[in-house]
Ligand binder design. Structure first.
Ligand SMILES: [Cu+2]
Length: 347
């Protein structure tokens, strides 16, 4: 039976190809894109094109994820974001063409308190439409940022205002929801942290968001990396930097460290800490009760997930935090690189 179907399929295919005119105008031409990749399916073509924009300038800032300043109007905290393309340095001598919020990767940290009225004015200076999704934040439906469902895409040159009450407290992210597999990979993501209404009784000495992502750079072109054939990443970044350009975290012996790990790319990263075990104190922004906090030294963070982990720096020295998919600790296949950073415990 199977053989019969296969035979019929072959006959049909041969007949159809024999009938097709040599220059059939209805069949889309297959064109090679830079990086020598060809899209057989026109719907795949968008992801195979390099990230480009007219007149891309080098970024004026060198560190991403810095707190965004706001002004207060009638009790609301007003933040302003502009989406724009810049040349972003992920490593000495390695630049990507990035789509950004306010010119950095990640975009600026929006840091508010539970219950705050938050208004975010977004101006789109990209050559294509975009929207913002407030990942994990409990917003009204109209503010959810899904194009064609909750809003029209923000067209190039247009401005859109998001407004909501910040809740619940925890570790969240904001990112593009338009052409997400390209725009998020291209850099349109940032941390969004909501403090509890009651300030913490015993805050850690170090409290740091770490956003994990991937890039594909070929022949000087930047592509949004994704788990698709020919689109695999060859660079990996923590807060927009690949090791050894990742930030070193310095802490005094005996102090407590909180790392807010966020996977914003399209790959899973089992992050491993040398020397000191940690506890998982929050998952996807929600606190874990003390009795349920697992003690681990490796934690897999899947795309979209956040884990807040805490440890006490009990041992002096430089301790590595790195992804244990070891290809992810390379820069274009050269070790060491990518998803590594140092925790420097000092006297
Ligand atoms: Cu990894």
């Amino acid at each position: 039976m199977k053989k019969k179907i296969l035979f019929l399929f072959i006959v049909l295919t041969l007949t159809l190809s024999a009938c097709a005119p040599a220059d059939n105008k209805d069949v889309p031409a297959i064109t090679a894109t830079p990086g020598s990749m060809a899209a057989n399916n026109p719907e795949d073509a968008h992801m195979m094109e390099p990230i480009t924009a007219p007149n891309v300038q080098p970024a004026t800032e060198s560190i991403g994820g810095q707190p965004l300043k706001f002004r207060v109007e009638n009790g609301a905290k007003i933040f302003e974001l502009t989406t724009k393309a810049v040349e972003w340095k992920i490593l000495e001598g390695v630049k990507v063409t990035a789509y950004t919020y306010n010119g950095t990767v990640p975009g600026p940290l929006i840091h508010v308190t539970a219950g705050d009225q938050v208004r975010i004015i977004v101006k789109n200076d990209l050559p294509e439409p975009t929207t913002i999704h407030w990942h994990g934040v409990e917003v009204p439906n109209a503010m959810d940022g899904v194009p064609g469902v909750t809003q029209d895409p923000i067209q190039p040159g247009e401005t859109f205002t998001y407004e909501f009450i910040a809740k619940p407290a925890g570790t969240f992210m904001y990112h593009s929801h338009f052409d997400g597999d390209v725009q998020v990979g291209a850099g349109l993501y940032a941390p969004f942290i909501i403090n509890p209404k009651e300030p913490e009784a015993n805050p850690p000495a170090v409290d740091k968001p770490l956003m994990l992502s991937e890039w594909r750079i070929k022949d000087g072109n930047t592509y949004a990396a994704m788990p698709a054939s020919g689109m695999e990443p060859n660079y990996f970044t923590i807060n927009g930097k690949a090791f050894p350009s990742t930030e070193m975290i310095t802490v005094k012996k005996g102090e407590r460290v909180r790392l807010r790990l966020m996977a914003i790319g399209q790959f899973i990263h089992p992050m491993h800490l040398h020397g000191m075990p940690f506890k998982i104190v929050a998952t996807d922004g929600h606190p874990v009760p003390a009795a349920a906090q697992l003690t681990k030294d490796t934690i897999s963070i899947a795309p979209g997930e956040r884990y807040d982990i805490e440890f006490t720096a009990t041992e002096l020295g430089q301790w590595m935090l790195h992804c244990h998919i070891l290809h992810h600790t390379t820069n274009d296949n050269v070790e060491p690189g990518g998803l590594m950073l140092m925790i420097n415990v000092v006297e």
